[in-house]
Design a binder for this molecule. Sequence first.
Ligand code: PMP
Length: 409
Amino acid sequence: MSHDGLNIEAIRAQFPLLHQEVNGAPLVYLDSAATTQKPQCVIDAVTEYYTGYNSNVHRGAHSLADKATIAFEGARQKVSAFINSPKPEQVLWTRGTTEAINLVAHSWGNHNIAAGDIILVSELEHHANIVPWQILAEQKGAKVVPIPLTEQGDIDQNAFTALLTSDVKLLALSHVSNALGSVNPVKQMVAAAKAKGITTLLDGAQAVAHFKVDVQALGCDFYVFSGHKLFAPTGVGVLWGKEALLNSMPPYQGGGEMIDTVSFEGTTFNGLPFKFEAGTPHIEGVIGLGAAIDFLNSLDNEAVAQHEADLMDYIIKKAANFDGLKRIGEAKYQVGAFSFLLEGTHPSDVGMLLDQQGIAVRTGHHCAQPLMSRFNIPGTVRASLSIYNTRDDIDRLFAGLEKAKLFLL
Ligand code: PMP
């Protein structure tokens, strides 16, 4: 049992990868913000698809194809319920968060962003929520403007209010920062933007695995996330959008599945969600994502959130008492990621010495170079937490840091 009543051993038992030695020590996996490990039920769902009913979806005239289609569309319904989408058709499969944002930039952006327009982001965005907008802005003569952060790593709300001018056409924000773990007050920021008629996109890559996301309550126009950060396979993700908006958008890619009729005189397009899903999709990934949602639904949400909050408190307290450790980002609400530096050391050296002790963290700029510039640092060491981590993992991290210090200083 963990300190908060969650049967953590039973959860850990479902993740085969965790039970191994790395470099001669039991693995401590503290890199779930990069990608989460997969529970056995997800691995089994993928294996069952390939061993039992591998077929292409939608077009098949045989039983296996029907079975694959039912599993594939069933996963869409599961994701839809998981994020409280009004309809499953509003859940579009993509390769991940990155492709989902690029889809919006190409399809919505090309038709709605013009010269002089502003796309408002924040200083803590992942490159995936900066670069597609920069490419679009360059093509259109528009501008990407960052909302500054406070010293603590929260989005400066006064600056946000001041930047919310009539030139802003899109507000694109991370729900949770991948580098700092800051939970941004996106609901109130979306409401402020919507009151001015601004379209809103939330990058939920680091949010969906940590707390309940309700797209209707958030009030955003688009919500995007990746399956692999949610215990599902890589290569599958979600673009959720408001129905009227998605209906108004042109296709992103052309090909099979997204059409209604094709002739050399002209082509008509399929309806939602298929209009945006050209070609054979990542069937195993989608089925695996459905199994990941089943897995999450089998857990007590409250107990999981409590467990993760306990781990974050524990790491923060231990860090405060660790000589020479400088915490980067002290947002009001923090989930998942904890970033820091060890005085007099380089993050990559610390990461390497932890790895030698079987402790997996991430080091570097975390695809958030503007954020690193904001704090005048080249990068951080990031320990990131998930449901399968324990206080023991955190004790091992700090013991590992003590050893790294002895070696480096
Ligand atoms: N946004 C955030 C906040 C992320 O953490 C990540 C992944 N690190 C991405 C976007 C990009 O996700 P993916 O690589 O799965 O497309």
